[in-house]
Design a protein around this ligand. Structure first.
Ligand SMILES: *Cc1c(COP(=O)(O)O)cnc(C)c1O
Length: 420
């Protein structure tokens, strides 16, 4: 069970709404820092440990700076994400560049920053070599295929487009060695939003065993193993959060028995979690615009799927609190919708909630990762602002809402009059 609570009291939230129009995303700095510290503590046994925050989960410089202060690096998968990390001041050695189908200029920028390049395919060895020359440190992404079960978001590894096969890994590292690369990492990412702590321990064992085989057969030593992201969060109150301490201690044990005792020297454990770091500490705050009663009862919000895609995209559950009505019975059943002209623009379907009236404030929980970031402009919908609730209780706007001007920014009407 997970208790769903708001980042501040009702009066405070109404205060924030009075000076910041809904909808907006609100992030809780204290909670984000506490989560980061808890993860660091769970892996403190490993001196090189680092979580590289997956920038795509919440690409906001202020959130990235907070996590940088907590010792995190950045996990990037595109040129803009690399540039964002550079602007925040994250040093190259704390940036993992894990992309796929990668354009040359991204390899060039990653190398220029001194980021750790994680190749998605054996053919990319040649691509990097041609684009900018091989860096002295390289990492490969492993796809275990049928050796590992998958889940709904990322799919089965053998059907996923990512990574090297086992055979390609042996061949790839052999080629690197031949070409004079001297520093190596190994990466995998096989789960997304996974709640079973044992899954991550089993993934570590799979990688450690493979790494020992590579070490013995090719005579190469690894600097780090990156176990990827994918630690899930309890979107539903009846779910339980991943016990990160258990993951940390389970991996510690596996590290000793499957790696150190087998003759590999100490190496760093890396993660690249996004969701479990900022997800539960971000909220979409929105106001009820209209109620509609037809074949069903509809709550129409001023937010839409442009602000939070997950329910429409995956049928994902996001818990909803009706501000000030927490103690009322949930004796009404609603579809909670946005205004986009797609019938799947629904934040909740047939959800039991207290009676709702226009003007009510609804808070959608667990919107702090893969939330604002996924938004789009389809149907002329504009993305909302992002606010940060600081530890001292003040609120800072860390991204303004989009304007109509932003929507028109890529259009040029000057040729329209003569366009026939
Ligand atoms: C998306 C992604 C992550 C982050 O996943 P979370 O579910 O947010 O932890 C990490 N690594 C890679 C390569 C990704 O694509």
């Amino acid at each position: 069970m997970t208790e769903k609570h708001l980042p501040c009291g009702e009066a405070k939230l109404r205060d924030i709404i009075a000076s910041h129009p809904t909808p907006f995303h609100l992030y809780d700095e204290a909670a984000i820092r506490a989560t980061a510290r808890r993860m660091n503590a769970a892996f403190a046994w490993n001196p090189g440990f680092r979580n590289h925050f997956a920038v795509k989960a919440a690409p906001n410089p202020y959130l990235m700076r907070i996590l940088q202060e907590e010792g995190f690096g950045a996990d990037c998968s595109s040129l803009p994400e690399l540039l964002l990390s550079e602007r925040v001041g994250i040093p190259g050695k704390a940036i993992m560049f894990t992309s796929n189908d990668t354009p040359d200029e991204e390899f060039v920028k990653a190398k220029e920053l001194g980021a750790i390049i994680n190749l998605d395919d054996i053919s990319h060895i040649e691509a990097v070599e041609k684009a900018c020359g091989l860096p002295e440190l390289l990492c490969f992404r492993y796809n275990p295929g049928p050796l590992k079960g998958g889940n709904a978001i990322i799919g089965k590894p053998e059907e996923a487009k990512y990574g090297f096969t086992r055979e390609q890994l042996f061949e790839g590292y052999r080629i690197l060695k031949e070409k004079g690369v001297r520093r190596f990492g190994l990466h995998t990412m096989v789960a997304s939003n996974e709640l079973n702590p044992q899954y991550f321990i089993d993934t570590a064992i799979l990688l450690f065993d493979l790494l020992i085989e590579l070490h013995e057969k090719l005579g190469i030593t690894f600097e780090f193993v990156n176990l990827g992201g994918g630690i899930g969060i309890p979107y539903r109150p009846e779910q339980t959060a991943v016990d990160i301490e258990r993951v940390g201690s389970g991996i510690r044990e596996a590290y000793k028995t499957h790696l150190i005792d087998k003759g590999h020297p100490d190496l760093a454990i890396y993660l690249e979690c996004g969701r479990c770091i900022t997800g539960p500490s971000g909220y979409l705050v929105t106001r009820v615009r209209h109620m509609k009663h037809t074949y069903r009862d509809y709550v129409g919000l001023d937010a839409c799927m442009a602000n939070l895609m997950r329910p429409a995209l995956y049928g994902a559950y996001h818990h909803i609190t009706v501000l000030g009505k927490d103690n009322l019975p949930k004796d009404h059943v609603y579809d909670v919708t946005g205004s986009l002209c797609e019938n799947n623009d629904k934040f909740a379907i047939q959800r039991e909630l207290p009676e709702i009236v226009p003007g009510d404030i609804l808070v959608l929980h667990d919107a702090g990762a893969h939330g604002h970031a996924m938004g789009f402009n389809y149907n002329g919908k504009l993305r909302s602002a992002e606010l940060l609730l600081r530890e001292d209780g003040t609120v800072v706007e860390i991204r303004r809402a989009e304007t109509i001007g932003d929507y028109f920014a890529t259009l040029d009407f000057t040729g329209l009059d003569t366009f026939r």
